[in-house]
Ligand binder design. Structure first.
Ligand SMILES: [Zn+2]
Length: 329
């Protein structure tokens, strides 16, 4: 298993180093972390790590590469919350039925730390509270009618940033540096590197109709067209090329109808996906004929080098009849 992991890492490293040459032809064995944009020599493998696009804790299989620092940072911050959230969803949506106990953050509005779980279906809910975290004057009798504040209380922003991070990494995995170095990726990067700050708003919606994990094209209110990534019920919108104040525009069109057409499901199918979108005369996303992150797929004016389209793009985009549709409010 370790050997398989090491060969996967080496293969990805080779692909990304080739990708760097697309905009820095002089670079030799250089890996650029798509998150912090720092350079790493491919020979220093210990500074580069395999990163799960969807947190490992929720059985995410698709991977990409990040510098070790960025990977650990995500793991200790948004990935932890997003992973737990996805696990809760797959456990049937109830916090009490998680395979490992859920974190408890308050009892009857008093801040405490502990865990809560139901060991069997329809069994009693058991709460385990760390005594040291309970204030001395806590009224234990009050918990006969107990309101439990669960771990996601107040954490939806960070759960959504976890989904945004997964979206960023998924697009990097498929489109390589042409995505990571695009203007659109800049504002996303700013948010995922500061997960507890609210830098962006309106980038993530709940869509009860969506199942599974996928990337594709979304249309909002018939006027905005953009790339999306969806993970279970979290639907993440990514900014198209040249759209300043994109998220403000999205919010101002609500309520609206959200329609989407998927390129494919994560992980491997996506790498082979044909994906094209034209806005006006601008190409937003192209296609990756080969599963190489170095292939040019995203057009952006901020891309450092001349854009070269290596494959013919299907200008028709997504077929309208294959859209799914829900109402956003
Ligand atoms: Zn990094």
């Amino acid at each position: 298993m370790a050997r398989k992991h090491a060969s996967l890492k080496r293969r990805l490293l080779f692909q990304y180093c080739e990708g760097v040459k697309n905009f820095r032809p002089w670079a030799v064995n250089s890996f650029l972390c798509p998150v912090c944009l720092e350079d790493f020599s491919a020979s220093k493998e210990e500074e580069i790590s395999v990163a799960h696009i969807i947190p490992n804790a929720s059985a995410g299989k698709a991977v990409t590469l990040l510098c070790r620092k960025c990977n650990s940072f995500f793991g200790a911050n948004q990935d932890r919350w997003f992973g737990d959230y996805l696990r809760m969803r797959s456990a049937g949506g109830s916090l009490f039925d998680l395979p490992t106990p859920a974190r408890l953050t308050a009892l009857n509005d008093t801040k405490v730390a502990g865990w809560v779980q139901r060991r069997s279906k329809d069994g009693p809910i058991e709460a385990l509270v760390i005594r040291q975290t309970v204030p001395e004057d806590f009224d234990w009798k009050s918990i006969q009618h107990c309101s439990i504040t669960h771990q996601f209380y107040d954490k939806y922003h960070i759960v959504n940033v976890g989904a945004l991070t997964a979206a960023f990494l998924a697009y990097f995995s498929v489109f390589g540096y042409s995505w990571a170095k695009s203007w659109a990726a800049n504002i996303v990067r700013d948010q995922i590197r500061h997960p507890s700050e609210q830098i962006l708003a309106g980038f993530c919606f709940r869509v009860p109709a969506h199942k599974g994990n996928s990337l594709g094209v979304a249309a909002i209110g018939g006027e905005i067209l953009c790339p999306y990534a969806a993970f279970d019920d979290r639907f993440v919108l990514l900014p198209p090329v040249d759209w300043e104040r994109f998220y403000e525009r999205v919010r101002s069109t609500l309520p609206a109808t959200l329609r989407w057409q998927l390129f494919g499901r994560l992980p491997e199918e996506l790498r082979k996906a044909v994906s094209s979108l034209i806005i006006g005369d601008k190409l937003l996303l192209g296609r990756s004929g080969l599963p190489s992150p170095g292939e040019l797929c995203v057009y952006s004016p901020s891309f450092e080098t001349l854009v070269e389209v290596r494959r013919t793009i299907d200008p028709r985009g997504a077929a309208p009849e294959s859209y799914q549709e829900i109402q956003l409010s």
